[in-house]
Design a protein around this ligand. Structure first.
Ligand SMILES: *Cc1c(COP(=O)(O)O)cnc(C)c1O
Length: 436
């Protein structure tokens, strides 16, 4: 895909590529969007993942006392953010209607980002398999026993490896090391120093690479292949990760129902999800489409320098094209989103269901962080702020809002999925909040 002629031909067909390659903010509305499910993921698989997380709740509760309030279920609050809504409305000149809410995944216990959903789930899934195959764990057992020394001894004979820009490494590293696995996190050059330090303190081995995220994943995969006792968490292709993320949808539905919020054709739900390789937002969006069909409108947000999923889904080339092919760097302040090539699994399964994707400049993400803090006293990392422009884009005078009755827009609920920030150290927070 490096040939100039091929890219030129693609740009003829998808003129948006020209704006994207200039690093402009764009919105792409999916002309073929289709909420019907993929035959590749059965609803039972998502239910099975939710049941597994329930089985593990007594274990999580014992290992991480901060989860006691939720009985060992790792979940985040959903908050109304009216002051932020007013700020976005007045700055954009677009009168925003409906209700704006923030899904605060930065407050997820244990690892403070959306990766606490998929990443921790995949480690638990592996631990359950190892424990059952050993004969030490049986049907109906209380999983709190997994905190006993004999299981730590068992797990120390196995290793878990992952390639990550940071947050996935934190989730895998913290959970894996706590259970007793040997954990190796392969990290890209752009990963923050504090994440590497934190992981090492938790007992994980951190291997650093000069290259980008893709390189770290490829190296991790290669090294894990030669070791049969090693489970490699494959961020680019893992169904297990995907299913862990998908569980979020039913949890969100419960939170909406608790507040008496209906979702149907007259009360549409809009969700804006920051996207890196695609697993996190893909799993959540897939789950939501399964629950709500066309009444859930799902949009992915990507940095202007790394719109890999937009490029892959729009062209249908998925992981056959990368952002460098259209002259972008893939480098961004949004470290969780610094991905040049999308997940093939997610692009294929979730891409057709998406209502749209949009891009956000680094400077906009950086400004949204202090703005959210000033208006709502909620801290998120820059990646996690990428979803905000979505609620303006879908309600402006563009093509998307035109598809709705005014009444439906008034009834709508918009959820910005704030994907992380909980683990950011104080000093780093102050730096993010000082941006003007
Ligand atoms: C990883 C991450 C995302 C995106 O998840 P992907 O599965 O990579 O698409 C978004 N926000 C934050 C803070 C992340 O760490």
């Amino acid at each position: 895909m490096n040939e100039v002629r091929t890219i030129e031909a693609l740009a003829e067909r998808y003129p948006l590529i020209r704006s994207m390659s200039r690093g402009e903010e764009v919105l792409w509305v999916n002309p073929r969007r289709d909420a019907s499910p993929s035959p590749e993921i059965a609803d039972e698989e998502i239910a099975d993942a939710a049941a597994r997380l329930k089985r593990f709740a007594p274990c999580i509760r014992r290992m991480f006392p901060e989860t006691a309030g939720s009985g060992g279920i790792i979940e985040s609050p959903l908050r109304d953010i009216p002051a932020m809504m007013e700020a976005l409305s007045s700055r954009s000149g677009t009168p925003l209607r409906g209700r704006l809410m923030l899904k605060c995944d930065g407050e997820l216990p244990i690892s403070g980002s959306i990766k606490a959903r998929g990443g921790i789930y995949e480690v638990l899934h592996f631990a359950e398999r190892v424990a059952r195959e050993s004969g030490m764990l049986r049907d109906g057992d209380d999983y709190a026993v997994l905190d006993e020394e004999r299981f730590r001894r068992l797990f120390s004979g196995y290793s878990v490896a992952v390639g990550s820009t940071g947050n996935l490494g934190l989730s895998i590293g913290i959970m894996g090391a706590r259970l007793g696995f040997r954990v190796t996190v392969h990290m890209s050059a752009d990963a923050r120093q504090w994440k590497k330090d934190l992981l090492r303190r938790k007992g994980a081995q951190v291997v650093e690479y000069a290259g980008d995220y893709q390189k770290a994943v490829a190296e991790g995969r290669r090294q894990a292949e030669s070791d049969p006792s090693c489970h490699f968490v494959d961020d680019e292709n893992s169904r297990t990760l995907f299913l862990g993320y998908a569980v979020a949808a039913a949890r969100l539905r419960d939170q909406l129902e608790e507040r008496g919020i209906a979702v149907d054709a007259d009360h549409p739900l809009f969700v804006y999800l920051p996207c890196g390789v695609g697993g996190g937002p893909g799993g959540v969006a897939y789950g939501l489409k399964r629950l709500y069909g066309e009444s859930a409108h799902c949009f992915f947000a990507e940095p202007t320098e790394a719109p890999c999923m937009l490029l892959g889904v729009m062209t249908g080339l998925h992981d056959g094209i990368c952002v460098q092919d259209i002259g972008l760097t893939g480098r961004t302040v949004a470290d969780g989103l610094a991905v040049g090539r999308p997940s093939k699994l997610v692009g294929r399964i979730v891409g057709p269901m998406l209502d749209g994707l949009f891009t956000v400049s680094d400077s906009r993400m950086e400004r949204l962080v202090p703005e959210l803090w000033e208006r709502e006293r909620i801290f998120v990392e820059p990646s996690a702020a990428a979803g905000f422009p979505g609620c303006v884009l879908t309600q402006g005078d563009g093509e998307y809002a035109a598809g709705f009755e005014e009444e439906a827009l008034k009834n709508a609920v918009h959820i910005v999925w704030a994907t992380g920030g909980g683990m950011v150290p104080e000093e780093e927070r102050r730096r993010y909040l000082a941006v003007r």
